[in-house]
Design a protein around this ligand. Structure first.
Ligand code: ATR
Length: 267
């Protein structure tokens, strides 16, 4: 029987995940169907989906914290999801319920494997201190940066993350100066067409990565970084694909091919 998966969120209509997982299923020959699950509340929708035989959910805004609590009450939350208090992948098999967070793996795989940007020993700056950033700090620290600074518009939130993740330093956006090898935008400023307000010298000569993405051209952050002297900039479409690939692996035990998929999604 065809196994059923979905992405749950609000809104979820424009999610690329169904296209990505359809590509993975076709490439690996796995017999599965992957749809969207629009929901008002995570718990009721998840109960219905899994009660009807569903095997796995990807979780997007605004439900990652709800999914963490739901899985914690029924099963096991693993690794980065436990550190972050946020689940983006749920797997159900019989009585067994597991929760994971594949965002950090996706970010690291895109940076290190696809883009050839190593983190070990490098001076890394992460902009933003919300849920998206919290989900990737554990895997970033595991990659062994020489320094990891989290800077946020509201400094107290960056300080909260520095207290929770040993090895992280906190800063405000305005006080940043030069001296970073890798600058990662994890703010949601791009959603409104904006970018975090930092000085040009912060990105001068750095590799810049925007966890946000658009399918039509550059994100505002990438465009500004390149104009401000960054060595190179990339957006988060590769991260989206790689976190999906990790979810697919957790569900099916098969690593799907990801090469070339970003280009065909953007076409
Ligand atoms: P997400 O789940 O996408 O991380 P979030 O938890 O609401 O969403 O966090 C949004 C992050 O983007 C926060 O760090 C926010 O900064 P504040 O904590 O100061 O609100 C940051 N952010 C959003 N819009 C921004 C902007 N225009 N400039 C700078 N930072 C911004």
């Amino acid at each position: 029987m065809t196994d059923r998966y979905a992405v749950i969120g609000n809104p979820v209509g424009h999610s690329l995940s169904p296209r990505i997982h359809a590509h993975f299923a076709a490439a690996t020959g796995e017999d599965l169907a992957y749809g969207t699950l629009p929901a008002e509340a995570f718990g009721a929708a998840a109960e219905r989906f899994f009660g009807g035989g569903g095997r796995g959910l990807n979780v997007t805004l605004p439900f990652k914290l709800d999914a963490f609590e739901w899985v914690t009450a029924r099963g096991t939350v693993h690794g980065a999801a436990r550190d972050a208090g946020a689940v983006n992948t749920v797997a159900v098999s019989g009585e067994r319920v597991d929760g994971y967070n594949t965002d950090g793996v996706g970010l690291l795989r895109d940076l290190e494997h696809n883009l050839g940007v190593g983190i070990a020993g490098r001076r890394v700056l992460v902009l933003g201190a919300g849920g998206a950033v919290q989900g990737v700090l554990g895997p970033l620290l595991d990659a062994g940066p020489g320094r990891l600074t989290v800077a946020n518009r509201t400094v107290s939130k960056a300080e909260g993350l520095a207290a929770a993740f040993s090895g992280v330093q906190a800063a405000g956006l305005a006080e940043l100066d030069a001296g970073y090898d890798v600058v990662i935008n994890g703010t949601s400023a791009g959603v409104g067409g904006g970018r975090p307000g930092i000085q040009a010298e912060v990105v001068d000569g750095a590799f810049c990565y925007d966890m946000f993405y658009t399918l039509d051209g550059e994100t505002p952050f990438c465009r500004w970084c390149v104009a401000s002297g960054a060595a190179r900039a990339a957006d988060g479409l590769g991260m989206l694909i790689e976190q999906a690939a990790e979810s697919f692996f957790l569900w099916r035990g098969v690593h799907p091919p990801t090469r070339g998929l970003a280009r065909s999604l953007a076409a």
